[in-house]
Ligand binder design. Sequence first.
Ligand SMILES: [Zn+2]
Length: 62
Amino acid sequence: MTPFKCPHCGTTSYEAIAKPGSSRKVFACCGCTAVFLDPERFTLKGQTQVPARPPGWIQPPS
Ligand SMILES: [Zn+2]
């Protein structure tokens, strides 16, 4: 698997977040507001499915 690296800010860490009340998980870069569904694809293509981290979204309980 390709190690994660944000093509926008170069940060190598990300976290899972979810809309409150929803079980659908997305991932957010720890260094900028990029939100994506697939970390590997995002690393390779810089593809964001959600343009910015939606306000109020939180880290889901793990
Ligand atoms: Zn970033």
